[in-house]
Design a protein around this ligand. Structure first.
Ligand code: ADP
Length: 603
């Protein structure tokens, strides 16, 4: 039991004080009333004694009026006997003559009763003889006071009973009231406690209550239900806000990792989980410094330390950026500090961006520049050497030698031209401002003329061409120049990557989907692995970038893709097996959809 429950509350103290005061008052009242009544009874009794004495005096004068002197004693004795025997209140009666000699006294005959006399009263015995009053003696009556005593007792007892009952009822009512109020108060107290602990909606039972307490309990229940409603509304609102926030966070394509002040991961979105290859359970509530990349390295540790060693305002203006590698993907991480609405530092956010493609393109671009420089230098050097030789020594050579020199110059100039054309086409097509005029064209003659123009190049490696064409191919709406360039790229690649004495099969036929005409170039070259096949049509992409074994810029196939897919609504394809050869080709629609907007090419 605690100290509080032992101590008496002020309210209880007041009730006790009220009880004591009311008890004193009731007792005082009772004493006052009883004393007052007893006094009144005594006064009435005394009055009664006087009246009785006077009556007795008159009666005695009357009954002794005509009686002889010697008979007076017996007459008065007889009268006295009859009175005393009929009334217990009278203790004695005594008659005296005018000289105060006792004529008769009952004291001798009734000594016990005479002793009980409490009040005595005397009255003159007066004889009226024709208006002349003569005192012949006096009567003295002694009264026992028994009636006063009985009445006083009865009155006192009834008063005591009345006041005791009144006091008991009063006390009982007060106690019951107190108990009820205390019970209701403790009920309310219990309810308020529930509310303070957040149990909104808790209601009190108002069954055994009435009046103001019932109103109070109803008001409490209303308040509790209102609070519950507000809470639910608030929770709904908060949940909605949180759901919205989570939905936004979860659908961001960039990864987001939120860490608290102690480096614990408190939030991670889907993109981040995917990039870091983790599940919620593996990363949530763990220290971000403990994250291991696929090589088992703590890739965040050092940078987080650096972030924490740098002043916050510096980090706020210039977030820390670094790259990490997870399973051969390059991910750029940007760490910036996080502040609450009252500008308190609460942790940091790491934004993760998959930059694998950008890094790859950067690498490919620098390779492209090095390739292009390399590619340009070779023909330019060859051209300068040959032209210089002819310029200075042409008369020293026979016609045949001169012709061979010019052939080399021609070939190198053509190579140079192709390369410059590729680069120009690339920048023109990439810019998107190209309108391609199309005409219904018979594609077979176009293929034949391209094969012919490649003949010299093919002969150098003793490569032979064969053209397999389906008869009666329909004419298709194409831009002949750009389709020629696409074919030229496929054919020159086939020659470039074919071994000596190889064979190249060119096919022109109706595709499996008869709405398309399919053109393919099959070689017996080195082939391409599946991994490279996926990327082969991307700009600057080259399989042999690192080795420079075969010259090129990585633009040819990308230009084919743009020409076929963006400008002709067709599709390109490649089938290849390393070491067995490759088949590159495209399908062109016989009835292409109206040129509304050109299809997007993402590479
Ligand atoms: P490049 O100018 O380097 O040849 P392309 O875009 O034409 O550029 O080709 C991209 C890459 O595709 C080349 O680096 C080459 O590795 C590969 N490639 C293209 N055609 C063939 C083929 N017929 N056989 C094998 N590899 C090929």
């Amino acid at each position: 039991m605690n100290k509080k429950s032992l101590s008496i509350s002020t309210q209880n103290k007041l009730i006790l004080l009220g009880l004591v005061v009311s008890t004193i008052l009731i007792v005082g009242l009772a004493v006052f009333a009883i004393t007052n009544i007893q006094q009144k009874i005594s006064e009435v009794y005394s009055g009664f004694g006087e009246i009785l004495t006077k009556t007795l005096a008159i009666e005695s004068v009357e009954i002794t009026k005509n009686v002889q002197e010697f008979e007076k004693f017996s007459t008065l004795q007889a009268h006295t006997h009859s009175i005393i025997n009929s009334n217990n209140e009278i203790a004695f009666i005594e008659f005296q003559d005018d000289k105060n000699n006792i004529i008769y006294s009952s004291k001798k005959e009734y000594p016990n009763r005479a002793q009980q006399a409490k009040i005595t009263s005397s009255a003159q015995m007066i004889v009226n003889n024709d208006g002349v009053k003569t005192t012949i003696g006096k009567v003295t009556v002694g009264l026992t006071g028994g009636a006063t005593k009985d009445i006083s007792h009865a009155t006192r007892n009834s008063m005591l009973v009345v006041f005791t009952v009144a006091w008991l009822v009063f006390t009982f009512v007060i106690l019951i009231n107190t108990i009820l109020i205390t019970r209701e108060l403790s009920m309310l107290h219990h309810g308020v406690k529930k509310i303070t602990t957040g149990q909104f909606g808790y209601t009190l039972d108002d069954k055994n209550t009435s009046g103001e307490i019932k109103d109070l309990i109803n008001a409490f229940n209303n308040m509790s239900l209102r609070l519950h409603q507000y809470e639910e509304q608030n929770i709904d609102q908060l949940t909605l806000e949180r759901n919205k926030f989570e939905a936004v966070l979860m659908s961001i394509v960039n990864g987001v990792v939120v860490c608290d002040n102690y480096d614990n991961v408190v939030l991670v979105n889907n993109a981040a989980k995917k990039m870091l290859e983790v599940e919620d359970s593996q990363i949530l509530n763990t220290k971000i410094q403990m994250y291991c990349d696929t090589d088992g390295e703590l890739c965040f540790k050092e940078k987080i330390e650096q972030f924490k060693d740098t002043p916050l305002d510096v980090m706020e203006n210039k977030p820390l950026e670094f790259n990490i590698e997870v399973d051969s993907r390059v991910i750029k991480a940007v760490i910036s500090p996080m502040f609450s609405s009252n500008q308190e530092y609460v942790g940091y956010v790491i934004v993760l961006i998959d930059v694998t493609k950008e890094v790859e393109i950067d690498r490919m671009k620098s390779n492209f520049i090095s390739n292009v420089s390399h590619e340009l230098r070779t023909p330019v050097t060859v051209l300068r050497t040959y032209i210089d030789t002819i310029y200075n020594h042409s008369d020293e050579f026979d016609e045949q030698t001169n012709k061979e020199f010019f052939e080399v110059i021609n070939k190198e100039a053509a190579r140079l031209q192709k390369m410059v054309n590729d680069i120009l086409d690339f920048s023109r097509l990439e810019s998107g401002n190209v309108s391609v005029e199309k005409e219904l064209t018979d594609i077979v003659p176009l293929i034949e003329s391209e094969i012919k123009s490649m003949q010299i190049l093919a002969e150098e490696k003793h490569i032979t061409f064969s053209l397999i064409k389906e008869p009666d191919l329909p004419q298709i709406p194409i831009n002949a120049d750009s389709i020629e360039r696409a074919l030229n790229n496929l054919l020159s690649n086939a020659i470039k990557y074919s071994p000596e004495n190889g064979r190249i099969k060119v096919r022109a036929e109706i595709a499996r989907d008869p709405k398309y005409v399919e053109v393919s170039v099959e070689d017996q070259g080195c082939g391409i692995s599946e991994e490279h096949q996926k990327k082969i049509f991307e700009r600057f992409y080259r399989v042999e970038n690192d080795t420079h074994t075969v010259k090129g810029t990585g633009l040819g196939l990308h230009l084919v893709k743009i020409t076929i897919e963006k400008h002709h609504k067709g599709e390109v394809f490649v089938k290849s097996k390393p070491g067995e050869g490759s088949t590159f080709g495209f399908r062109l629609p016989i009835n292409p959809p109206e040129d509304t907007e050109e299809a997007e090419i993402n590479n």
